[in-house]
Write a protein that binds this ligand. Sequence first.
Ligand code: NAD
Length: 385
Amino acid sequence: MSTQVILPRIMQIGEGASQDIPNVLASLGCTRPLIITDKMMVQLGYASRIQETLAGQQMSADVFDDTVPEPTVASIQAGVEKARNGDYDCIIALGGGSPIDSAKAIAILAKHGGEMRDYKFPRIVIESGLPIIAVPTTAGTGSEVTRVTIIADEKTDEKMLCVGIGFMPVAALIDFSLTLSLPARITADTGIDALTHAMEAYVSKKASLYSDSQALSAMRLIAPNLRRAYHDGSDKAAREAMMLGSTLAGVAFSNASVALVHGMSRPIGAHFHVPHGLSNAMLLPSVTAFSIPAAAERYADCARAMGVASEQDSDAVANDKLLSELRALNDELQVPTPEQFGIDRQQFFDQLQVMAQQALASGSPNNNPRVPSSDEIIEIYQQLW
Ligand code: NAD
């Protein structure tokens, strides 16, 4: 059996990669970009730095900075109008997963019309939108190398998973120096997101030798560096490892799929506005404990790649160590429980049936080594409380 692997055409990786944007545009034959970003990137001067670099090569770029964290259908509408009505030949998506996902959706809707709902999974989006050059500033979602975008429908409180080659950036400029400004909380949430991508890709039923090799490399980079980057945001070596780890984890899951953590995480985010990485972090220990019996060997490999178990440890010992590590990591990174996050108990328990249905409908739980029933999903949600 063979595996189809989809990647960006260009990946520019390393310190200062984002400053190579004129060369990358030139090699793609693009001259008139629209930068899609958020207000923080403007405030930090990242957007103007790209504009200045482009101006040095006689290229001008407009900026749309109205994207919001965890993008919604309404939040991208003005961006669609701007992209449709301008003379842009590409989009520079600058920021964390939210601006990059917004840009992916805008790129398709501006060119092909319709509503976001029309493009949601199980439809596979093969149309090409405006080409996207992704410049991630979190380490992170891996969205710069994935064929995925996630847009929430505020009417139904559903995070719509949209998938297909149409959402794959043509280029990714992976510059860890942009992550030096990340606050500790966002470093933690996004870092656990990346770790979850790597673990889920590795245990996914759709894993292949290719995705395994990316996932294991990602775990080796992320696990020893997440605490370091959290405690000292200026630690360049840790930031570099986290950034590359996050990209490799993105490559792994985009080509192997995520599983139960992500399936259950999206409904928590959609109903209670918990940032994506944080809801993953809340779920990772419990979902791992639930899933280990169906893939003990695979999870033990994760423990070894993360450096928390040795080659000599049996799978059972390695998996005990893995669970201890995931709980200790959440403690050290101060991941709150849903209650500590401020979610109302009654509302949380009232939504459990709907959340379990949405989790199953996303398709992700089917890739889990142990496929849960709706009742089992509800039980795991209850455990989080
Ligand atoms: P984000 O983009 O929502 O950013 C979180 C916050 O961090 C924002 O306030 C942002 O302004 C700030 N920020 C970002 N970079 C910064 C920097 N360098 N310095 C200082 N502040 C910075 O966070 P995220 O976790 O990267 O993205 C989350 C989104 O990504 C969610 O919508 C999630 O569903 C989506 N996602 C997409 C994929 C995919 O493959 N497409 C995968 C996982 C998650």
